[in-house]
Design a protein around this ligand. Structure first.
Ligand SMILES: Nc1nc2c(ncn2[C@@H]2O[C@H](COP(=O)(O)OP(=O)(O)OP(=O)(O)O)[C@@H](O)[C@H]2O)c(=O)[nH]1
Ligand SMILES: [Mg+2]
Length: 449
């Protein structure tokens, strides 16, 4: 675990720029010293004081509210001072300079949250939820982040960790008392508990997956031959004329990005240059970029003109192995086909007309389904890919353990799998961490958090 931080840190906690109020936060052992010198008097715990803020020669920099939260009852668990000044960058700069001259150093990004974590005020998933709440771009994302921040996600994970600890004790007892008459492992009880554990892991995984989509959004790339209606679809989904649409093949050359929401689910949609041979230099570059965008997509909408018989797969098949593809047959207003969705051998195919709008709603609903998103689901908590990965590792370990038990009756191997599963889950809440993981988590925060 990281060494206990000794230095006192300070940062402006409000966003850069001008505003009604600007807040400076100070945390650490030197807070009392800062209070004495900047405020000239002592403060009552957790009471708002309206006071002048003084610089070293006693001149008033500004007046405002000062709040003192003595350790351990503060956000970081250390002594914390908050100064609420006027939101002027100059005033805040002067105040910061004054505080930093008292042996306090500038906080690194996320350092307040990191200290809160190191002092056991919050766990790692909650610390991440703070950053996610601040960054959230939809109401649903904010609500889910709040749920994680209040510890709902951690509570679920901790219950599973407890169960794993019990199971490990049980299995290890069975190994130690192998000669006893009672056959612990043969009873079927352990089998049932493992299956139950897998079920619950699966539920959390589903919920976390939704949380991940809510946080990061799905990246959807529209690809296909020139002139099939890709840019028209982008405009239609975005609800505005972002892309130029003409009857000339090769209209789009650059990648065009739009950020949209479908019933609260964030989507990054990318329109690309039509794929074809023999294009000019500019279009060739566009096609190269299109291919790159496709290879990084979460989902590809592969569009063809319904008047053409081919499904367009040959255009992208070389570099889209394992990539989810939804096939779109556009311009059905010209062929008279009915709008709708079809399950084919190669996946889902949606017939639509971007021009008349027929079938577009089917596509929108299908995109939600692809992301596993349910706007009515109440118990989603915001999650990160890191959490999903840990949940997957835990699940694989338990599955493997169950197999060891069923196929080889090998309790030693099961015990090791259970240990690994516990380890993976504990990484989510930070009960097991490495310096590297902490650096990655807190380094992505903004200053003052
Ligand atoms: N009839 C009909 N025309 C459509 C439909 N969708 C798009 N179009 C027309 O098809 C032509 C090409 O549309 P775009 O959206 O520019 O096609 P694109 O795939 O982006 O083309 P490139 O950028 O050249 O690759 C335009 O004239 C559109 O108005 C549709 O559903 N029905
Ligand atoms: Mg286009």
């Amino acid at each position: 675990m990281t060494t206990f931080p000794k230095e006192t840190i300070a940062a402006v906690a409000t966003p850069p720029g001008k505003g009604g109020v600007g807040v400076i936060r100070v945390s650490g052992a030197k807070v009392a010293h800062v209070i004495r010198l900047v405020l000239g008097k002592s403060l009552h715990a957790r009471k708002a004081h309206f006071l002048p803020f003084l610089d070293q020669d006693g001149t008033t920099i500004d007046s405002g509210l000062a709040l003192f939260f003595p350790a351990p009852h503060s956000f970081t668990g250390e002594d914390v001072l908050e100064l609420h000044a006027h939101g002027s960058p100059v005033v805040l700069d002067l105040l910061m300079r004054c505080i930093l001259s008292l042996g306090v150093r500038m906080a690194r990004p996320g350092e307040f949250s990191e200290r809160a974590f190191l002092n056991d005020k919050i766990d790692l998933a909650q610390a991440e939820a703070i950053a996610d709440l601040i960054e959230s771009s939809t109401v649903q994302a904010a609500r889910s982040a709040q749920r994680s921040l209040q510890g709902e996600f951690s509570k679920l994970v901790n219950t599973l960790v407890e169960e794993l600890i019990h199971l490990r004790l049980y299995v290890e007892a069975a190994i130690d008392f192998v000669d006893e008459e009672i056959d612990f492992l043969g009873e079927g009880a352990i089998h049932g508990r493992l299956s139950e554990l897998l079920l619950r892991l699966g539920q959390i995984q589903r919920s976390a997956k939704q949380g991940c989509v809510l946080r990061d959004g799905l990246t959807v790339v529209i690809a296909g031959r020139p002139n099939v209606g890709k840019s028209s679809l982008l405009n239609c989904l975005a609800g505005r004329e972002t892309a130029i649409v003409t009857a000339i093949a090769g209209t789009t050359r650059d990648l065009l990005r739009e950020y949209i929401q479908i019933d609260g689910m964030p989507l990054h949609i990318i329109d690309t240059a039509g794929l074809r041979e023999g294009a000019d230099l500019v279009e060739k570059e566009g096609i190269r970029r299109a291919r790159e965008a496709i290879s990084h997509a979460d989902l590809v909408l592969l569009m063809v003109d319904d008047r053409q018989s081919k499904n367009g797969d040959h255009l992208i098949s070389e570099w889209t192995e394992n990539l989810p593809i939804v096939r779109l047959r556009n311009k059905i207003d010209l062929t008279g086909k009915e709008p709708g969705m079809l399950e084919t051998d190669s996946g889902v195919e949606i017939t639509l007309s971007v021009k008349t709008g027929a079938g577009v709603e089917t596509l929108r609903q299908h995109l939600k389904q692809c992301a596993g998103y349910d706007s009515g689901a109440g118990d989603v908590f915001l999650a990160r890919r890191r959490h999903l990965e840990a949940l997957t590792r835990a699940r694989e370990a338990v599955e493997n353990g169950l197999r060891q038990l069923e196929e080889y009756s090998a309790p030693e191997l099961l015990a090791e799998d259970l240990r690994q599963a516990q380890h993976a889950l504990s990484e989510i809440t930070g009960a097991f961490t490495t310096e590297d993981l902490l650096g990655r988590v807190f380094g992505s925060f903004c200053i003052g958090k």
